[in-house]
Design a protein around this ligand. Structure first.
Ligand code: GTP
Length: 465
């Protein structure tokens, strides 16, 4: 394959940017940027994701942080240069583009070493952001919770610190005796590093507090038998849209308990009356830096502990399959395998499929029990999704009958609070027989509470009734 020069044609708006655009409205543009997709020739031959799709995504990500993408292009490389990543000729060519477009930022969609970043910044006289930097920026802006914001800031500072330590030697000049950051003779580098360390310590402290609150919330959730449905998916797949569509519906449980919860968590009443808590998580992305996975571990713990993991997929995207594989890889890092019985897929954005694609997807979904096709935006397939979730959850529950005395109001309330009441039969003697589904831990509590008045109902004999 011949090397492609940096593309100088005007860009069409990439798919991802078009779809993501409406989310935050018209935000201010923060800089003129070039987006470069460096591709190692042997990697592209090895069947990696098509460079054009990767570039499209990088442009979408740059626009998502309000950069004004002036120009973009794919740069084919035979080998990586330790000092500048790109060869000398390419560095010069891009330098010319930086000048002619008056760009202040160059996004390099790859992982740059601190030295490479520094050298490119010098050569181009522009800020250089690599993929990790870009993702950190996006996650920082999208963090909806205090914890999320702290986690991103922590990852950001750790990333910056590594850049300071190893490459920013230009900062190693004397402070000039002001001494407000350190004693005499302290270098700028030491002062910067110290400031970062102090901020990191503060964040860690605050995160400790948030974690304790989260643990308390988890504990209070455990006291009510609401299962957790965690939404995961590639960035822009439509998780938040689905989350809002499901939880803004009239069916939202106005339960005070959840008023204090994380804003990314809401309770919903499923079609047969069972409640579930939906939890929106951070978006996944290909080449998610390992440090970020570590930073988000606490948020992702929600996923690990969830009763159902709802994987939202944009099936209208040309890279739908590789995006799904990327999500599966991140989940695998969290110990959730592809065949984990808790996984359910929502194939979103069906409204964007043409008739042939839709028929094909419908046939695929038809063959699987754990998959629903629909559109979060148009509200399509949401009923089927909720019913599938409820079925999935019900599979884990056992059915019991409990006989209650006429005035046993507290027992009745306990059953309603801790289980899913299926029916209530009143007898002439004033007692009632409650049929209720209970999770295993609640069933154990029910045994000690109701004793012999509780009996398990064999699901086969129930089916025969
Ligand atoms: P991250 O926060 O990056 O993880 O994104 P997300 O997965 O939460 O995606 P989000 O809900 O923000 O949706 C991304 C874009 O896709 C938005 O512009 C939505 O309006 C759009 N979108 C979501 N669902 C649908 C759908 O069913 N059909 C269409 N046409 N667009 C959709």
């Amino acid at each position: 394959m011949e090397p492609r020069r940096c593309d100088t044609r005007p860009l069409r708006a990439p798919q991802s940017a078009q779809r993501g655009g409406g989310r935050r409205g018209e935000a201010a543009v923060t800089g003129r940027a070039l987006v470069i997709e460096p591709v190692l020739r042997r990697a592209s031959l090895a069947g990696a994701r098509p460079p054009a799709a990767k570039l499209d995504e990088a442009i979408g990500l740059a626009r998502a942080i309000d950069l004004e993408v002036e120009q973009s292009g794919i740069v084919m490389l035979n080998a990586l240069r330790p000092a500048s990543y790109l060869g000398k000729g390419k560095v010069e060519e891009i330098s010319g583009l930086v000048k002619s477009y008056d760009a202040g930022i160059v996004v390099m969609d790859c992982a740059l070493s601190p030295v490479q970043q520094r050298n490119l910044e010098k050569a181009w006289n522009a800020k250089v952001v690599d993929r990790t930097g870009l993702i950190l920026e996006i996650f920082g802006r999208r963090a909806r919770t205090r914890e999320g914001a702290l986690q991103v800031e922590h990852a950001h500072l750790t990333y910056q610190k590594s850049r300071l330590v190893r490459s920013w030697t230009h900062l190693e000049r004397q402070r000039g005796g002001f001494g407000f950051l350190g004693g005499p003779g302290e270098t700028q580098l030491e002062a910067d590093r110290r400031m970062i360390d102090e901020r990191l310590a503060k964040i860690e402290n605050e995160l400790g507090g948030v974690k304790r609150t989260r643990a308390l919330h988890r504990e209070s959730r455990r006291r009510v038998p609401y299962p957790i449905v965690a939404l995961v998916g590639y960035t822009n797949a439509g998780k938040s849209t689905l989350f809002n569509a499901l939880t803004n519906a009239e069916a939202v449980a106005k339960d005070l308990l959840f008023a204090t919860l994380d804003p990314a968590m809401r309770a919903v009443v499923l079609p047969h009356g069972r409640k579930a808590v939906f939890s929106d998580t951070v978006g996944f992305i290909s080449d998610l830096p390992t440090a970020l996975i570590a930073a988000f571990r606490a948020t992702l713990e929600e996923v690990v502990a969830a009763d159902v993991i709802l994987h939202v997929r944009d099936v209208s995207h040309s890279e739908a399959e590789s995006q799904a594989a990327d999500v599966a890889n991140v989940l695998a890092e969290l110990g959730i395998g592809r065949d984990d019985p808790r996984l359910i897929e929502f194939w979103n954005k069906a409204d964007l499929l043409d008739r042939g694609e839709r028929d094909m997807r419908r046939a695929q979904v038809h063959r699987r029990k754990d998959c629903v096709l629909g559109s979060a935006l148009k509200g399509e397939g949401l009923d089927v999704l909720l019913a599938t979730l409820e079925e999935h959850l019900a599979a884990k529950l056992e059915t019991y009958e409990v006989t209650l005395a006429a005035a046993e109001g507290r027992g009745l309330a306990w059953l309603h609070e801790n289980g899913e009441v299926l029916s209530r039969q009143s007898r002439p003697d004033g007692t009632s027989v409650m049929t209720v589904r209970l999770a295993p831990d609640r069933a154990a509590q029910a045994v000690s509470r109701f004793g012999a008045r509780l009996r398990a109902v064999d699901s086969l004999s129930r089916a025969a009734e």
